[in-house]
Design a protein around this ligand. Structure first.
Ligand SMILES: [Zn+2]
Length: 348
């Protein structure tokens, strides 16, 4: 039987992982009870005092941080059924990006729909309604065990393999993808608000997912993120996708000038310096295809849910091509190099 490894936290305030190892049935027994928040001050958010699980194992003695993740063996899918759309009143952030409002999507995914799909595919999982779920706006968590641990660098690609294999791609718009991709993310165990009915939960019998090997995962093509119609419009307007091109001075790049007034050749643009000039963190480069890839922060992180200032940005550099940048937060998928250059101002 598969031996699973993951981490538990007594509350969200505790950053020291308690490593757990055991079987899937043993883990499921732990999901079967409704938890209660630990004693907390009257004015505190009770949710922060709930026990939580993380699908990752961390370097011994370290704290819960992405950099300390050794491997991941549980996928926690956050089905929050929310979407962010520009405020109809047209309010804008100081950056000029539209202010976003979160609302429930049309035809939200339900625990029945998700579990029936897994059952049909004979895939083991455990689903429950989360603390903030309501009848009008159902919010679910689905835990999927893997029969082998995944290295953090391959986790993003592995999540796409999981969504494809489980059929969850059908509800892609209902999923919080950055949460799924965040290796060090905490997920609260099933918990009931005082006075609320018992948490709805389902254990789905089936086989434990068998992920591709590391060698196979590196060869998988990461799929395109689905864009909202308004993001498609923004893309058409700004042309902010970064095409490899024969000429470094083509298209939208003509709008940008170097400090000497001459057109910029984007093939030689120092994108790391560009990002740093707008106070972005740029991580060390790692080989990617024939070029390099860097994790970066996002200059517009204040627009992320919970203002998360994470390493959601990815910069790709390849010799002789324009650099490419994107933010993995779903409502930033329309932003690219052109937006960074606009934000930097000095290059205009
Ligand atoms: Zn962003």
């Amino acid at each position: 039987m598969t031996n699973l490894r993951c981490s538990f936290f007594p509350t969200a305030l505790d950053t020291h992982p308690h490593t757990w190892s055991g079987t899937w049935p043993a883990l499921c027994r732990g999901f079967a009870n409704d938890r209660m928040p630990a004693p907390h001050p009257a004015d505190a958010d009770p949710k922060r005092y709930l026990p939580a699980i993380c699908g990752a194992t961390f370097t011994p003695g370290s704290t819960r941080a992405g950099a300390n993740v050794v491997s991941i063996q549980l996928a926690s899918v956050d089905i929050d059924n929310g979407e962010e759309t520009p405020d109809p009143s047209g309010r804008k952030h100081p950056s000029g990006r539209p202010m976003l409002l979160k609302r429930v999507i049309n035809s939200p995914a339900t625990i029945g729909l998700i579990c029936d799909e897994l059952l049909r595919r004979r895939i083991a999982g455990y689903a429950w309604e989360t603390w903030s779920s309501t009848r009008e706006w159902p919010r679910l968590r689905l835990v999927l065990p893997l029969n082998a641990p995944i290295l953090p660098d391959l986790w993003g690609t592995c999540t796409e393999w999981i969504l494809e294999t489980t059929g969850l791609n059908r509800w892609r718009m209902a999923l919080d993808l950055p949460v799924l991709r965040d290796t060090a993310r905490l997920h609260f165990l099933p918990a009931r608000r005082p006075g609320a009915p018992s948490v709805e939960r389902r254990e789905i019998p089936g086989d434990i997912l068998e992920p591709p090997t590391s060698e196979e995962l590196v060869l998988l093509e990461p799929p395109k993120t689905t864009l909202h119609p308004w993001q498609m419009n923004a893309l058409a307007l700004h042309g902010s996708t970064c095409h490899p091109t024969e000429s470094g001075k083509a298209g939208w790049a003509k709008r940008f000038r170097a400090s000497d007034g001459n057109p910029l050749d984007l093939r030689t643009l120092d994108a790391v310096r560009l990002l740093e000039s707008i106070n972005c963190r740029v991580g060390p480069g790692r080989p990617w295809g024939s070029g390099m890839k860097h994790r970066t922060s996002c200059p517009w992180f204040e627009e992320h849910s919970h203002q998360t200032n994470d390493d959601s940005g990815v910069l790709f550099k390849e010799l002789g091509r324009w650099p490419a940048w994107h933010c993995s937060h779903s409502h930033h998928s329309h932003l690219g190099l052109a937006d960074l250059m606009e934000a930097a101002g000095v290059l205009r």
